[in-house]
Design a protein around this ligand. Structure first.
Ligand SMILES: [Mg+2]
Length: 239
C-alpha cells in the first residue's frame, strides 16, 4: 500500500463493520412484527426494513445530538417505517410493547461478519493492538460485542467516553490514545464513507472505508476495501 506509514494499531467502527446490525435488525423486525405486519408482501418487507435500518429522516442523529433518548429514536424509526403499511400508528401501550419485544429480541441476533475473527486472530498473533470507536454509548456496545463473541476487544470508546460522537475528531483521537498508538499510524476502518473514512482521516488517522457491497463511487479518492481481510494490505509485515 503506497503512501501509508507503518501501521501501529487498528480501530474499528462496530455497527455494520464488525457486527451485522442490519441483518439483526431485519430478523428482529420480522419477529416483533409477526402479527401486525403479517399482510406485508416480500417487497413490502424489504422496504419496511430498509426504512427502519437506513433511517432516512435522521432520527439517530437526533439521539446523537442529545435531543432524543435511544428508545425515542428507535420508536420514531419504527413509526416512520410502519406508516406506509399499517393504519394504526405505533403509540402508547402498543409502542411500549413493541419496544420491549424489540429490545429483548435484537441481541439474540447479534453476530460478527465472517471476516472479523480471522482478522482479529492475525492481529493478535502479530501483537498489533486494536479497538473499537462507536457512535453509541459504551455499555450498550460492550454488551453487543460480548453477545457477538467479541469479548477480546480491550479498547472500546463510545459517545459517553469523551462526550462527543463521530465525526468530532476527539472520539477518534481517544481511540488512538487508548491503543497507545500515534493517530497518524492508526487505521480507522468503518462502513460509513463520511463519518468513518473521511472524518477519521480529517482527525489525523488513516481512514479506511469498508464498502462491503462494492457500491461506492469509482472516483472515491480515499482508501477503500470491500472485506475486512483487506485490512492486512495496510500491514505488509503481518501475516
Ligand atoms: Mg457503522
Amino acid at each position: 500500500m503506497n503512501n501509508v506509514p507503518e501501521i501501529a494499531g487498528v480501530l474499528f467502527d462496530i455497527d455494520d463493520t464488525l457486527v451485522d446490525l442490519e441483518t439483526a435488525m431485519g430478523r428482529t423486525l420480522h419477529q416483533v412484527g409477526a402479527d401486525t405486519l403479517a399482510h406485508l408482501s416480500d417487497a413490502d418487507w424489504i422496504e419496511y426494513k430498509r426504512l427502519y435500518a437506513h433511517d432516512p429522516l435522521g432520527w439517530y442523529d437526533r439521539f446523537l445530538a442529545g435531543e432524543l433518548t435511544f428508545t425515542e429514536q428507535r420508536l420514531h424509526r419504527a413509526r416512520h417505517a410502519q406508516a406506509a403499511f399499517v393504519e394504526e400508528p405505533l403509540e402508547g401501550a402498543a409502542a411500549r410493547r413493541w419496544n420491549t419485544a424489540y429490545e429483548a429480541t435484537l441481541p439474540l441476533h447479534f453476530e460478527p461478519y465472517d471476516d472479523v475473527i480471522p482478522l482479529l486472530d492475525t492481529l493478535d498473533a502479530a501483537k498489533v493492538p486494536y479497538g473499537a470507536v462507536s457512535n453509541n454509548v459504551h455499555d450498550y456496545q460492550r454488551a453487543k460485542l460480548d453477545r457477538s463473541g467479541l469479548q477480546r476487544f480491550a479498547v472500546l470508546v463510545g459517545i459517553d467516553t469523551v462526550g462527543v460522537a463521530k465525526p468530532d475528531p476527539a472520539i477518534y483521537l481517544e481511540g488512538a490514545r487508548q491503543l497507545g498508538t500515534r493517530p497518524e499510524r492508526t487505521l480507522y476502518v468503518g462502513d460509513n464513507r463520511l463519518v468513518d473514512a473521511e472524518s477519521a482521516s480529517a482527525a489525523g488517522l488513516i481512514g479506511v472505508w469498508l464498502d462491503r457491497r462494492s457500491a461506492g463511487p469509482a472516483d472515491f479518492s480515499g482508501h477503500r476495501i470491500t472485506s475486512l481481510a483487506d485490512v492486512l494490505q495496510f500491514l505488509p509485515n503481518v501475516r
